[in-house]
Design a protein around this ligand. Structure first.
Ligand SMILES: [Zn+2]
Length: 143
């Protein structure tokens, strides 16, 4: 009987460092004693997600390996070959925003625009600015 081939891989020593981590508000792990443990979501780049999908990076501890889908993660022994794809399907959220839904620059731009609009509205009400006249294009009548 043929011996089952072992799939092994060694850590490359370059585990993925997520750009952001956050508490997952949509999912939690129910403990046997009833406690709810909140899960952590990792903010990853497209490339990092690609490495996980390709089986090089452990979905549990984000360790990077030199070969795809080893039987077990070299660091946390998560059964990557057997469960990584399934876990990925379950856990991957696609593109979600972390933190405030806009960047600081966007917040400033929005605030700035609102200030200008408010100022314009006030000035219009006070009669300081006349509402923009519509542009009339004179037409030549007849021939
Ligand atoms: Zn691992």
């Amino acid at each position: 009987m043929a011996k089952r081939k072992r799939h092994t891989a060694r850590p490359t020593g370059r585990p993925i460092v997520p750009a952001y981590t956050d508490v997952d508000i949509d999912a939690y792990t129910q403990m046997p004693d009833g406690r709810k443990l909140q899960k952590t979501v990792f903010g990853l780049t497209e490339e990092q997600v690609g490495r996980i999908k390709a089986g090089y990076v452990c979905i549990k501890c984000l360790e990077d390996h030199d070969a795809p889908f080893p039987d077990n993660c070299a660091v946390c022994s998560f059964p990557m070959r057997e469960r990584q794809t399934e876990e990925f399907r379950k856990d991957f959220r696609g593109n979600i925003r972390f933190g405030p839904s806009t960047t600081i620059e966007e917040e400033y731009a929005i605030a700035e625009e609102k200030l200008q609009r408010d100022a314009y509205d006030r000035a219009t009400k006070l009669g300081l600015i006349l509402p923009k006249p519509s542009i009339v294009v004179p037409t030549v009548k007849g021939t």
